[in-house]
Design a protein around this ligand. Structure first.
Ligand SMILES: *Cc1c(COP(=O)(O)O)cnc(C)c1O
Length: 393
């Protein structure tokens, strides 16, 4: 029997197909390109390279694989250090460990929630004074918001350390009119099921360094030497994207602009409806940047709003609505216990505060207007009920 008291589940961010995916999948079947190579892979790479304005792109099995390849291409090995944004998903830093290198985490700053140039500068100075600079800096664009690219690039250039732009969450965003993902020595994208466009699972490594991307394709196919027999002189991986999944990606990329607009509209509506509630503040959008607003994120000041993030998440869960805290900073993860961490300022760790007060609301581009109304009304009700409870006490 169907329980009519339980309303349809509203997800944080679920896959949103365009309809054209089947066309490319069908082509793959008809031509029997059922392999981690083929015409869809080539076309998807060309399309992403053109969209992001870079010279070359390599389609791989995940965003994590793309980061792993970028680090491998930069020659990172055991004992090296790599700087990385702390406020991010674990996948940004796991590949550092795959290579036996050591991560050093860099705090966020309040205007973008992304890597603080101030903290990065401190970390560079410290590293230089010890005579051991990092081999790379991984900069994340959280929830679609570009980091302060100019400031961060200037510091990386000054110390001659290459930057990897983790644009897993920011495909379709831009910084000063230039596409997200196109700024570092390497950029990476993810097409996991929850991302703004998806291939169910997949990723892309992009760069203006054409040779490096050829090399990435080589490493991603078991590093097979050009010999008629099976010969290998380097460690390789099995990281290429399936031609079927690349077909999904092609169709998804065709509607990326629409998806960005839908997510931005969702953000705007939340902001209009909820920002008058005391203690609620939305993730900012830095001047001269355009965010894809992958997820609508906001902070709740418990003292002013009278409710904690976990209370709100639990309240929404009871209504079958999925909301999540912002990423738990990596310097707080048990996996990275003992790792070095550089704060935005002596007194303040911005990422700790964002983690304590931050929440992500359902933001899927396939959310109907009524779904969003339901989320908004639930949030208002939960906060009002809390308010009444407090007055009774
Ligand atoms: C999703 C994500 C990744 C990893 O992508 P996968 O395709 O899931 O491996 C990396 N970094 C960030 C910031 C992400 O959100």
């Amino acid at each position: 029997m169907i329980d009519t008291t339980v309303q349809k589940r509203i997800y944080l961010s679920s896959p949103h197909m365009s309809g054209n995916e089947q066309k490319y999948i069908k082509e793959a079947f008809e031509t029997n390109w059922i392999a981690p190579l083929g015409p869809n892979v080539d076309a998807f790479e060309r399309d992403i390279a053109a969209y992001t304005g870079v010279n070359e792109a390599a389609a791989v099995s995940s965003g994590t694989a793309a980061i792993h390849l970028a680090l491998s291409l930069l020659g990172i090995e055991k004992g090296d250090t790599v700087f990385c944004s702390t406020l991010t998903f674990i996948a940004s830093a796991n590949p550092i460990l795959y290579l036996g290198a050591e991560p050093v985490f860099i705090d966020s700053e309040p205007e973008t929630w992304n890597m603080s140039p101030q903290a990065l500068e401190k970390a560079f100075r410290d590293a230089a004074s010890k005579g051991k600079l990092p081999k790379a800096v991984i900069v994340v664009n959280l929830y679609g918001q570009s980091a302060k690219v100019d400031e961060l690039t200037a510091l990386c250039d000054q110390y001659e350390v290459p930057m990897i732009e983790d644009a897993a969450e920011s495909l379709g965003s831009s910084y000063k009119g230039k596409p997200s993902g196109s700024f570092g020595r390497f950029g990476i994208f993810s097409f996991n099921g929850n991302k703004i466009i998806t291939t169910s699972g997949g990723g892309m490594l992009v760069s203006n360094d054409t040779e490096a991307i050829y090399r990435a394709r080589f490493l991603a196919t078991q590093a097979r030497d050009p010999a008629p027999h099976y010969q290998h002189s380097k460690i390789g991986y099995n990281y290429r994207m399936s031609n079927i999944l690349a077909g999904i990606g092609r169709a998804q990329l065709e509607v990326l602009e629409e998806r960005v607009e839908a997510r931005r509209a969702i953000f705007k509506r939340y902001q209009q409806e909820l920002s008058s509630i005391p203690g609620i503040q939305f993730m900012p959008e830095l001047n001269h940047t355009y965010s894809n607003r992958w997820l609508t994120a906001m902070t709740i000041d418990e003292k002013e709003a009278g409710i904690t993030v976990s209370e709100l998440i639990e309240g929404l869960a009871a209504e079958n609505i999925e909301a999540r805290p912002v990423w738990k900073p990596l310097h707080m993860q048990p996996l990275f216990e003992g790792a070095k961490y550089f704060k935005h300022s002596e007194k303040k760790s911005v990422s700790d505060q964002l983690f304590a007060n931050g929440i992500c609301l359902p933001s899927g581009s396939n959310m109907e207007e009524l779904d969003q109304t339901r989320v908004i009304n639930c949030i208002k009700t939960i906060i009002n009920v809390k308010e009444v409870e407090r007055q009774i006490v």
